[in-house]
Ligand binder design. Structure first.
Ligand SMILES: NC(=O)c1ccc[n+]([C@@H]2O[C@H](COP(=O)([O-])OP(=O)(O)OC[C@H]3O[C@@H](n4cnc5c(N)ncnc54)[C@H](OP(=O)(O)O)[C@@H]3O)[C@@H](O)[C@H]2O)c1
Length: 406
Protein backbone atom coordinates (compact mmCIF):
# COMPACT_ATOMS: atom_id res chain seq x y z
CA UNK A 1 0.00 0.00 0.00
CA UNK A 2 2.82 2.40 -0.69
CA UNK A 3 2.09 5.91 -1.88
CA UNK A 4 3.76 7.58 -4.84
CA UNK A 5 7.05 7.37 -2.98
CA UNK A 6 7.14 3.64 -3.55
CA UNK A 7 9.98 1.28 -4.34
CA UNK A 8 13.03 3.27 -3.37
CA UNK A 9 13.24 2.07 0.25
CA UNK A 10 14.36 -1.52 0.30
CA UNK A 11 17.52 -0.81 -1.66
CA UNK A 12 19.61 -3.95 -1.18
CA UNK A 13 22.78 -2.05 -0.33
CA UNK A 14 21.25 -0.07 2.50
CA UNK A 15 19.98 -1.01 5.91
CA UNK A 16 16.24 -0.47 6.08
CA UNK A 17 14.36 1.07 8.97
CA UNK A 18 10.67 1.63 9.50
CA UNK A 19 9.48 4.63 11.51
CA UNK A 20 5.81 4.57 12.50
CA UNK A 21 4.10 7.97 12.76
CA UNK A 22 5.97 9.88 10.04
CA UNK A 23 3.49 12.74 10.26
CA UNK A 24 4.48 13.41 13.87
CA UNK A 25 7.07 15.59 15.49
CA UNK A 26 9.57 12.95 16.65
CA UNK A 27 8.82 10.58 13.75
CA UNK A 28 9.68 13.26 11.18
CA UNK A 29 12.98 14.09 12.90
CA UNK A 30 13.91 10.41 13.13
CA UNK A 31 13.21 9.86 9.43
CA UNK A 32 15.50 12.78 8.62
CA UNK A 33 18.33 11.41 10.76
CA UNK A 34 18.02 7.90 9.34
CA UNK A 35 18.09 9.17 5.75
CA UNK A 36 21.12 11.32 6.55
CA UNK A 37 22.80 8.24 8.04
CA UNK A 38 22.28 6.33 4.79
CA UNK A 39 19.27 4.21 5.72
CA UNK A 40 16.46 3.33 3.36
CA UNK A 41 13.39 4.41 5.33
CA UNK A 42 9.79 3.25 5.33
CA UNK A 43 7.28 5.25 7.30
CA UNK A 44 3.60 5.05 8.14
CA UNK A 45 0.89 7.69 8.33
CA UNK A 46 -2.82 7.26 8.96
CA UNK A 47 -3.95 9.50 6.12
CA UNK A 48 -1.37 9.86 3.39
CA UNK A 49 -2.92 13.19 2.35
CA UNK A 50 -1.13 14.63 -0.66
CA UNK A 51 0.22 11.17 -1.43
CA UNK A 52 -3.34 9.96 -1.66
CA UNK A 53 -4.29 10.55 -5.31
CA UNK A 54 -1.77 8.01 -6.60
CA UNK A 55 -2.35 5.83 -3.56
CA UNK A 56 -6.05 5.71 -4.44
CA UNK A 57 -5.14 5.03 -8.02
CA UNK A 58 -2.78 2.14 -7.27
CA UNK A 59 -5.22 0.54 -4.82
CA UNK A 60 -7.95 0.83 -7.43
CA UNK A 61 -5.82 -0.91 -10.00
CA UNK A 62 -5.02 -3.63 -7.50
CA UNK A 63 -8.72 -4.15 -6.85
CA UNK A 64 -9.40 -4.10 -10.55
CA UNK A 65 -6.64 -6.60 -11.27
CA UNK A 66 -8.06 -8.87 -8.57
CA UNK A 67 -11.55 -8.55 -10.03
CA UNK A 68 -10.28 -9.46 -13.48
CA UNK A 69 -8.36 -12.41 -12.03
CA UNK A 70 -11.46 -13.71 -10.30
CA UNK A 71 -13.60 -13.08 -13.36
CA UNK A 72 -11.08 -14.82 -15.60
CA UNK A 73 -10.61 -17.81 -13.29
CA UNK A 74 -6.91 -17.12 -13.06
CA UNK A 75 -6.37 -17.41 -16.87
CA UNK A 76 -5.21 -14.68 -19.19
CA UNK A 77 -8.00 -12.18 -19.62
CA UNK A 78 -8.49 -9.60 -22.29
CA UNK A 79 -9.68 -6.53 -20.47
CA UNK A 80 -12.85 -5.12 -21.94
CA UNK A 81 -12.92 -1.35 -21.26
CA UNK A 82 -16.70 -1.17 -21.14
CA UNK A 83 -16.87 -3.54 -18.16
CA UNK A 84 -13.65 -2.39 -16.56
CA UNK A 85 -14.20 1.36 -16.42
CA UNK A 86 -17.38 1.32 -14.31
CA UNK A 87 -15.62 -1.11 -11.99
CA UNK A 88 -12.66 1.24 -11.66
CA UNK A 89 -15.04 4.12 -10.91
CA UNK A 90 -16.68 2.13 -8.09
CA UNK A 91 -13.26 1.15 -6.71
CA UNK A 92 -12.13 4.77 -6.70
CA UNK A 93 -15.28 5.89 -4.95
CA UNK A 94 -14.80 3.18 -2.36
CA UNK A 95 -11.16 4.04 -1.73
CA UNK A 96 -11.92 7.78 -1.54
CA UNK A 97 -14.66 7.00 0.96
CA UNK A 98 -12.41 4.76 3.06
CA UNK A 99 -9.43 7.14 3.03
CA UNK A 100 -10.82 10.66 2.86
CA UNK A 101 -8.24 13.35 2.26
CA UNK A 102 -8.43 16.63 4.10
CA UNK A 103 -6.36 19.81 3.75
CA UNK A 104 -5.11 19.05 7.27
CA UNK A 105 -3.68 15.70 6.15
CA UNK A 106 -1.97 17.36 3.21
CA UNK A 107 -0.36 19.95 5.46
CA UNK A 108 0.59 17.37 8.10
CA UNK A 109 2.44 15.21 5.58
CA UNK A 110 3.92 17.84 3.30
CA UNK A 111 7.36 17.43 4.89
CA UNK A 112 7.59 13.81 3.72
CA UNK A 113 7.97 14.91 0.11
CA UNK A 114 10.81 17.22 1.14
CA UNK A 115 12.49 14.46 3.15
CA UNK A 116 12.46 12.28 0.06
CA UNK A 117 15.16 14.55 -1.34
CA UNK A 118 17.52 13.18 1.33
CA UNK A 119 17.24 9.52 0.35
CA UNK A 120 14.95 6.56 -0.25
CA UNK A 121 11.72 7.09 1.68
CA UNK A 122 8.53 5.12 1.17
CA UNK A 123 5.23 6.09 2.78
CA UNK A 124 2.64 3.53 3.82
CA UNK A 125 -0.82 3.90 5.22
CA UNK A 126 -1.18 2.17 8.61
CA UNK A 127 -3.42 2.53 11.62
CA UNK A 128 -2.62 1.10 15.05
CA UNK A 129 -6.31 0.26 15.46
CA UNK A 130 -6.15 -2.20 12.56
CA UNK A 131 -4.60 -5.63 12.81
CA UNK A 132 -1.98 -6.40 10.14
CA UNK A 133 -1.93 -2.73 9.20
CA UNK A 134 1.86 -2.48 9.59
CA UNK A 135 2.70 -5.69 7.68
CA UNK A 136 3.74 -3.97 4.45
CA UNK A 137 5.62 -1.18 6.18
CA UNK A 138 7.84 -3.42 8.31
CA UNK A 139 8.37 -6.16 5.72
CA UNK A 140 12.09 -6.49 4.97
CA UNK A 141 13.16 -4.00 7.65
CA UNK A 142 16.25 -4.35 9.84
CA UNK A 143 14.99 -1.96 12.51
CA UNK A 144 11.50 -0.82 13.42
CA UNK A 145 11.03 2.36 15.43
CA UNK A 146 7.59 2.41 17.05
CA UNK A 147 7.00 6.14 17.45
CA UNK A 148 3.30 6.51 16.58
CA UNK A 149 0.99 6.55 19.57
CA UNK A 150 -2.64 7.50 20.07
CA UNK A 151 -2.57 10.61 22.25
CA UNK A 152 -6.10 11.28 23.47
CA UNK A 153 -5.99 13.59 26.48
CA UNK A 154 -9.67 14.52 26.23
CA UNK A 155 -11.07 10.97 26.23
CA UNK A 156 -14.45 10.54 27.94
CA UNK A 157 -13.57 6.96 28.76
CA UNK A 158 -9.76 6.93 29.11
CA UNK A 159 -9.54 3.15 29.64
CA UNK A 160 -11.33 2.44 26.36
CA UNK A 161 -10.21 5.44 24.31
CA UNK A 162 -6.63 5.95 25.48
CA UNK A 163 -5.17 3.01 27.37
CA UNK A 164 -6.57 0.03 25.47
CA UNK A 165 -5.87 1.44 21.96
CA UNK A 166 -2.30 2.33 22.93
CA UNK A 167 -1.53 -1.17 24.20
CA UNK A 168 -3.44 -2.95 21.42
CA UNK A 169 -1.87 -0.74 18.74
CA UNK A 170 1.66 -1.39 19.98
CA UNK A 171 1.06 -5.14 19.92
CA UNK A 172 -0.48 -4.91 16.44
CA UNK A 173 2.70 -3.30 15.16
CA UNK A 174 4.88 -5.84 16.98
CA UNK A 175 2.93 -8.73 15.49
CA UNK A 176 3.79 -7.34 12.06
CA UNK A 177 7.47 -7.33 13.08
CA UNK A 178 7.28 -11.04 13.96
CA UNK A 179 5.64 -11.79 10.61
CA UNK A 180 8.34 -9.86 8.74
CA UNK A 181 11.05 -12.20 10.02
CA UNK A 182 13.78 -9.70 9.12
CA UNK A 183 13.58 -7.30 12.05
CA UNK A 184 16.77 -7.27 14.11
CA UNK A 185 15.46 -4.90 16.76
CA UNK A 186 12.32 -2.99 17.67
CA UNK A 187 12.86 0.39 19.32
CA UNK A 188 9.80 1.49 21.25
CA UNK A 189 9.34 5.16 22.10
CA UNK A 190 7.68 5.31 25.50
CA UNK A 191 7.83 8.34 27.78
CA UNK A 192 8.90 9.82 31.06
CA UNK A 193 5.19 9.43 31.79
CA UNK A 194 5.91 5.74 32.39
CA UNK A 195 8.67 6.57 34.88
CA UNK A 196 7.82 9.51 37.05
CA UNK A 197 4.26 9.51 38.44
CA UNK A 198 3.37 10.11 41.13
CA UNK A 199 6.04 12.67 41.80
CA UNK A 200 8.06 11.87 44.89
CA UNK A 201 6.99 14.43 47.47
CA UNK A 202 8.90 15.07 50.63
CA UNK A 203 11.84 16.86 51.95
CA UNK A 204 13.10 18.70 48.98
CA UNK A 205 15.69 18.17 46.37
CA UNK A 206 17.78 15.31 45.22
CA UNK A 207 15.49 12.50 44.06
CA UNK A 208 17.13 10.85 41.06
CA UNK A 209 15.04 8.49 38.99
CA UNK A 210 16.49 5.91 36.63
CA UNK A 211 15.18 3.06 34.49
CA UNK A 212 14.13 1.08 37.56
CA UNK A 213 11.41 3.59 38.31
CA UNK A 214 7.88 2.91 37.05
CA UNK A 215 4.82 5.13 37.32
CA UNK A 216 2.38 3.64 39.80
CA UNK A 217 -0.58 2.31 37.81
CA UNK A 218 -2.66 1.48 40.88
CA UNK A 219 -2.20 4.93 42.38
CA UNK A 220 -2.94 6.63 39.05
CA UNK A 221 -6.10 4.61 38.42
CA UNK A 222 -7.35 5.23 41.95
CA UNK A 223 -6.59 8.98 42.15
CA UNK A 224 -6.90 10.04 38.51
CA UNK A 225 -4.58 13.08 38.61
CA UNK A 226 -4.23 15.08 35.35
CA UNK A 227 -2.94 12.99 32.40
CA UNK A 228 -3.15 9.81 34.50
CA UNK A 229 -4.41 7.71 31.60
CA UNK A 230 -1.46 8.73 29.42
CA UNK A 231 0.93 7.55 32.15
CA UNK A 232 -0.96 4.29 32.65
CA UNK A 233 -1.02 3.64 28.90
CA UNK A 234 2.76 4.08 28.66
CA UNK A 235 3.47 1.72 31.57
CA UNK A 236 1.12 -0.95 30.26
CA UNK A 237 2.25 -0.74 26.65
CA UNK A 238 5.89 -0.99 27.70
CA UNK A 239 5.22 -4.03 29.86
CA UNK A 240 3.02 -5.74 27.26
CA UNK A 241 5.57 -5.03 24.52
CA UNK A 242 8.29 -6.54 26.70
CA UNK A 243 6.23 -9.65 27.43
CA UNK A 244 5.38 -10.04 23.74
CA UNK A 245 9.01 -9.59 22.69
CA UNK A 246 10.18 -12.26 25.11
CA UNK A 247 7.48 -14.67 23.97
CA UNK A 248 8.36 -14.20 20.31
CA UNK A 249 12.13 -13.85 20.56
CA UNK A 250 12.23 -10.22 19.42
CA UNK A 251 15.01 -7.87 20.51
CA UNK A 252 13.17 -4.90 22.03
CA UNK A 253 14.71 -1.72 23.42
CA UNK A 254 12.59 1.03 24.95
CA UNK A 255 13.44 4.72 25.03
CA UNK A 256 11.71 6.97 27.58
CA UNK A 257 12.14 10.58 26.47
CA UNK A 258 11.42 13.52 28.73
CA UNK A 259 9.96 16.72 27.20
CA UNK A 260 11.31 16.95 23.66
CA UNK A 261 12.30 20.35 22.27
CA UNK A 262 13.93 21.51 19.03
CA UNK A 263 13.18 21.96 15.36
CA UNK A 264 11.85 19.04 13.33
CA UNK A 265 10.60 18.66 9.75
CA UNK A 266 6.95 18.28 10.88
CA UNK A 267 5.07 21.43 9.91
CA UNK A 268 2.56 21.26 12.75
CA UNK A 269 3.12 22.34 16.34
CA UNK A 270 3.05 19.63 19.02
CA UNK A 271 2.36 20.18 22.67
CA UNK A 272 5.94 19.87 23.89
CA UNK A 273 6.94 22.74 21.59
CA UNK A 274 4.04 25.05 22.34
CA UNK A 275 4.40 24.45 26.09
CA UNK A 276 8.12 25.17 26.04
CA UNK A 277 7.58 28.34 24.01
CA UNK A 278 4.73 29.59 26.22
CA UNK A 279 7.01 31.93 28.17
CA UNK A 280 7.87 33.65 24.88
CA UNK A 281 4.44 33.46 23.25
CA UNK A 282 2.75 34.74 26.42
CA UNK A 283 0.04 32.08 26.13
CA UNK A 284 -1.19 31.79 29.72
CA UNK A 285 -3.01 28.48 29.27
CA UNK A 286 0.11 26.83 27.84
CA UNK A 287 2.29 28.36 30.54
CA UNK A 288 -0.10 26.87 33.09
CA UNK A 289 0.46 23.51 31.39
CA UNK A 290 4.24 23.92 31.71
CA UNK A 291 3.86 24.81 35.38
CA UNK A 292 1.61 21.78 35.75
CA UNK A 293 4.35 19.58 34.31
CA UNK A 294 6.78 20.98 36.87
CA UNK A 295 4.30 20.36 39.64
CA UNK A 296 3.65 16.74 38.69
CA UNK A 297 7.26 15.93 37.74
CA UNK A 298 9.21 17.81 40.40
CA UNK A 299 10.99 19.79 37.67
CA UNK A 300 11.08 20.35 33.93
CA UNK A 301 13.14 17.66 32.21
CA UNK A 302 14.29 18.40 28.66
CA UNK A 303 15.99 16.76 25.72
CA UNK A 304 16.64 18.11 22.24
CA UNK A 305 14.87 16.21 19.46
CA UNK A 306 18.18 15.63 17.61
CA UNK A 307 19.67 14.01 20.70
CA UNK A 308 16.58 11.86 21.17
CA UNK A 309 16.75 10.62 17.57
CA UNK A 310 20.49 9.98 17.86
CA UNK A 311 19.83 8.04 21.06
CA UNK A 312 17.14 5.95 19.34
CA UNK A 313 19.56 5.07 16.55
CA UNK A 314 22.34 4.42 19.07
CA UNK A 315 20.29 1.84 21.00
CA UNK A 316 19.15 0.29 17.71
CA UNK A 317 22.67 -0.25 16.42
CA UNK A 318 24.42 -1.11 19.69
CA UNK A 319 24.21 -4.88 19.88
CA UNK A 320 24.56 -4.83 23.68
CA UNK A 321 21.71 -2.36 24.28
CA UNK A 322 18.97 -3.89 26.39
CA UNK A 323 15.90 -2.84 28.34
CA UNK A 324 14.82 0.74 29.01
CA UNK A 325 16.75 3.96 28.42
CA UNK A 326 15.74 7.30 29.89
CA UNK A 327 16.59 10.08 27.45
CA UNK A 328 17.11 13.35 29.34
CA UNK A 329 19.91 15.85 29.00
CA UNK A 330 18.78 18.64 31.34
CA UNK A 331 16.81 18.84 34.57
CA UNK A 332 15.60 22.39 35.12
CA UNK A 333 12.61 24.47 36.31
CA UNK A 334 10.14 26.99 34.88
CA UNK A 335 11.89 29.78 36.79
CA UNK A 336 15.30 28.84 35.37
CA UNK A 337 13.87 28.68 31.85
CA UNK A 338 12.17 32.08 32.30
CA UNK A 339 15.42 33.72 33.47
CA UNK A 340 17.34 32.20 30.59
CA UNK A 341 14.79 33.26 27.96
CA UNK A 342 14.51 36.78 29.39
CA UNK A 343 18.28 37.17 29.08
CA UNK A 344 18.59 35.61 25.63
CA UNK A 345 15.47 37.07 24.00
CA UNK A 346 14.84 40.44 25.70
CA UNK A 347 12.54 41.46 22.83
CA UNK A 348 9.84 39.05 24.10
CA UNK A 349 9.58 40.70 27.52
CA UNK A 350 9.56 37.40 29.41
CA UNK A 351 8.18 37.71 32.94
CA UNK A 352 10.80 36.42 35.40
CA UNK A 353 8.98 37.43 38.55
CA UNK A 354 6.56 34.57 38.08
CA UNK A 355 3.55 34.55 40.39
CA UNK A 356 3.47 31.67 42.80
CA UNK A 357 0.52 30.63 44.90
CA UNK A 358 -0.37 27.68 47.03
CA UNK A 359 -1.47 25.75 44.01
CA UNK A 360 1.39 26.59 41.68
CA UNK A 361 4.45 26.90 43.89
CA UNK A 362 7.29 27.15 41.40
CA UNK A 363 10.62 25.55 42.11
CA UNK A 364 13.99 27.29 42.18
CA UNK A 365 15.78 23.98 41.58
CA UNK A 366 14.39 20.63 40.39
CA UNK A 367 13.13 18.44 43.21
CA UNK A 368 13.28 15.33 41.01
CA UNK A 369 15.88 14.58 38.33
CA UNK A 370 15.75 12.03 35.57
CA UNK A 371 19.03 10.25 34.92
CA UNK A 372 20.36 9.13 31.53
CA UNK A 373 23.48 7.67 33.16
CA UNK A 374 22.78 4.26 31.60
CA UNK A 375 22.74 5.70 28.07
CA UNK A 376 25.92 7.71 28.68
CA UNK A 377 27.70 4.81 30.40
CA UNK A 378 27.08 2.69 27.31
CA UNK A 379 28.72 5.28 25.04
CA UNK A 380 26.07 7.82 24.03
CA UNK A 381 26.98 11.48 24.12
CA UNK A 382 24.38 14.25 24.32
CA UNK A 383 25.11 17.23 22.07
CA UNK A 384 22.62 19.65 23.63
CA UNK A 385 23.09 19.94 27.38
CA UNK A 386 22.38 23.54 28.33
CA UNK A 387 19.26 25.68 27.93
CA UNK A 388 21.18 27.73 25.38
CA UNK A 389 21.90 24.63 23.28
CA UNK A 390 18.48 23.05 23.74
CA UNK A 391 16.58 26.23 22.85
CA UNK A 392 19.03 27.03 20.01
CA UNK A 393 16.74 26.34 17.06
CA UNK A 394 13.34 26.16 18.70
CA UNK A 395 12.63 29.88 18.56
CA UNK A 396 13.09 29.92 14.78
CA UNK A 397 10.97 26.74 14.55
CA UNK A 398 8.29 28.44 16.66
CA UNK A 399 8.29 31.39 14.26
CA UNK A 400 8.00 29.09 11.25
CA UNK A 401 5.07 27.27 12.88
CA UNK A 402 3.32 30.54 13.67
CA UNK A 403 3.58 30.13 17.46
CA UNK A 404 5.87 33.15 17.78
CA UNK A 405 5.73 36.41 15.82
CA UNK A 406 8.58 37.28 13.44
N1 LIG B 1 6.99 15.23 22.23
C1 LIG B 1 7.39 14.93 23.44
O1 LIG B 1 7.79 15.82 24.22
C2 LIG B 1 7.38 13.50 23.92
C3 LIG B 1 7.92 13.22 25.17
C4 LIG B 1 7.93 11.91 25.63
C5 LIG B 1 7.41 10.90 24.85
N2 LIG B 1 6.86 11.21 23.64
C6 LIG B 1 6.28 10.10 22.88
O2 LIG B 1 6.85 10.07 21.58
C7 LIG B 1 5.88 9.56 20.65
C8 LIG B 1 5.72 10.56 19.51
O3 LIG B 1 5.39 11.82 20.07
P1 LIG B 1 5.29 13.14 19.19
O4 LIG B 1 5.58 14.29 20.09
O5 LIG B 1 6.06 12.99 17.95
O6 LIG B 1 3.73 13.16 18.91
P2 LIG B 1 2.94 13.57 17.61
O7 LIG B 1 3.68 14.62 16.88
O8 LIG B 1 1.55 13.87 18.05
O9 LIG B 1 2.95 12.24 16.76
C9 LIG B 1 2.15 11.15 17.08
C10 LIG B 1 2.09 10.26 15.86
O10 LIG B 1 1.31 9.10 16.15
C11 LIG B 1 0.39 8.89 15.09
N3 LIG B 1 -0.81 8.19 15.53
C12 LIG B 1 -1.67 8.55 16.49
N4 LIG B 1 -2.64 7.62 16.59
C13 LIG B 1 -2.38 6.67 15.66
C14 LIG B 1 -3.01 5.47 15.26
N5 LIG B 1 -4.14 5.04 15.82
N6 LIG B 1 -2.44 4.75 14.27
C15 LIG B 1 -1.32 5.16 13.66
N7 LIG B 1 -0.67 6.30 13.99
C16 LIG B 1 -1.20 7.03 14.98
C17 LIG B 1 0.05 10.30 14.63
O11 LIG B 1 -0.49 10.24 13.35
P3 LIG B 1 -1.61 11.27 12.86
O12 LIG B 1 -0.82 12.39 12.26
O13 LIG B 1 -2.40 10.50 11.89
O14 LIG B 1 -2.39 11.70 14.06
C18 LIG B 1 1.43 10.96 14.68
O15 LIG B 1 2.17 10.64 13.53
C19 LIG B 1 4.60 9.35 21.46
O16 LIG B 1 4.59 8.03 21.86
C20 LIG B 1 4.79 10.25 22.66
O17 LIG B 1 4.08 9.81 23.78
C21 LIG B 1 6.83 12.48 23.15
Amino acid sequence: MAGDMSSSAGDNNKKTACVTGGSGYIGSALIKLLLEEGYAVKTTVRNPGSILPSFRFSVSWLLLFRAVQIDGGGCDVIVNPTTVLPMLRIDLDLVCFLFPETPDDMQKNSHLKDLQQLGPLTVFRADMDEEDSFDDAVAGCDYVFLVAAPLNFSAQDPEKEQIEPAVRGTLNAMRSCVKAGTVRRVILTSSVAAVIRPDLQGDGHGHVLDENSWSDVEYLRANKPPTWAHCVSKVLLEKEACRFAEEHGISLVTVCPVIVVGAAPAPKARSSIVDCLSLLSGNEALLAALKGIEKTSGGVQLVHVDDLCRAELFVAEEAAAVGRYICCSLNTTVVEIARFLARKYPQYGVETNLPTDDDQQLLEKPRVSLSSAKLVREGFEFKYKTLDEIYGDVVEYGKALGILPY
